[in-house]
Design a protein around this ligand. Structure first.
Ligand SMILES: CC(C)(COP(=O)(O)O)[C@@H](O)C(=O)NCCC(=O)N[C@@H](CSSC[C@H](N)C(=O)O)C(=O)O
Length: 328
């Protein structure tokens, strides 16, 4: 299938990201290493975090897509526990696997530490078990080179990276898995309409930036639908492709997930609502099957990490619709 004009135009009219060739070299080395050390190696490309749409070429302002990176990081840890090597394509400075447990904002790592009687800095007793588990998993992944972290910021960087990484995973065929948890922009400003410099508020005030009033009017174009090309061209034959559908209106979620599956022809759409995403998801597979999976009410306030275990278990068709205790 030939990519449609808008897709070809997107890649030709936007500059190749500066870091792309370095990232491609890192991925080639990562794939070669794992294929040479284990011919049956499975690699998961997990995307995480939100993409930005710059308003100026020398970017001062941008439109962001909501995502803290919780879904992507908890799922990446799950895939690593399941024996996958993971390429973690993430929004720069968003949450990362393992360190997310002690991130600067939510669970500040300093709150887990104290000074012992003889002045040594130690991990407080109540956190020893959790810290040891995370540290052991982290050190194992590092020692065995199982986790490759690649950052993006803009929608353009994300799409160039997705195309390159998918193509580099071709040799893996069905041993490649795509888990697209990143919150991807649906609209962008084409380069030819992009301001080079910071938009001046004075320009807006004297009506230079709008039709009739003093508003800043921004005209956005739809981002070409790349999932089609990922499924039909970039991704390896037989690879499993999982995308996420994010909605805020419950009445739209399942139908939009079904439409995405129908339109792109991939394997699984995991639907989630902004307000309940941390404790319930719906799996929509070909043939219109839908399966809701939820973390039990009693556990919802304590932890977010459990639901990702469900993602993996449900992909293996283990749980049914019952509530399963997975609070991490
Ligand atoms: C972003 C969240 C909600 C996780 O949140 P954090 O835990 O805070 O990180 C994730 O679960 C999710 O729904 N991710 C996918 C969101 C998204 O953008 N989905 C797209 C589909 S993938 S983007 C595909 C593109 N539009 C195209 O059609 O090619 C959509 O809903 O349309």
């Amino acid at each position: 299938m030939i990519p449609d004009d808008s897709q070809s135009r997107y890649f030709t009219s936007n500059p190749t990201p500066k870091a792309l060739s370095k990232h491609e070299a890192l991925v080639r080395e990562f794939v070669d290493y794992h294929v040479s050390t284990n011919p049956n190696t499975r690699i998961a490309l997990v995307t995480s975090g939100g993409t930005t749409v710059p308003l100026e070429n020398q970017t001062v302002r941008f439109i962001d897509n909501f995502s803290a990176g919780t879904r992507g990081t908890t799922s990446a840890e799950y895939f690593l526990r399941e024996g996958y090597a993971v390429i973690f394509l993430h929004r720069q400075y968003s949450l990362l696997p393992y360190s997310r447990h002690f991130s600067h904002s939510t669970n500040c790592f300093l709150d887990f530490m104290d000074e012992s009687g003889d002045g040594e800095v130690v991990v407080r007793q109540e956190y020893q078990q959790k810290m040891r588990r995370v540290l052991e998993e982290y050190q194992y992944a590092k020692k065995n080179r199982l986790l490759l972290l690649l950052p993006f910021t803009t929608i353009t960087e994300y799409l160039f990276e997705l195309r390159s990484l998918a193509t580099l995973l071709q040799p893996l065929d069905s041993r490649a898995l795509f888990y697209l948890a990143a919150a991807v922009s649906d609209f962008f400003i084409p380069r030819e309409r992009m301001n080079e410099h910071k938009i001046q508020s004075s320009e807006v005030e004297n009506g230079k930036k709008s039709g009739d009033g003093k508003q800043l009017v921004v005209n956005l174009d739809p981002v070409p639908k790349f999932l089609t090309t990922l499924v039909s061209q970039w991704a390896p034959r037989g690879s499993m492709i999982v995308s996420f559908k994010l909605e805020t209106d419950p009445s739209l979620l399942v139908s939009k997930a079904e439409q995405a599956l129908e339109k792109y022809g991939h394997d699984l759409v995991i639907g989630n609502l902004l307000t309940t995403r941390k404790w319930e998801v719906v799996f929509v597979t070909k043939g219109g099957q839908e399966r809701w999976v939820r973390v039990p009410k009693a556990k919802r306030s304590r932890s977010v990490s459990g639901i990702e275990e469900l993602v993996g278990r449900a992909e293996k068709n283990k749980p049914s619709d019952e509530e399963v205790d997975l609070s991490g």
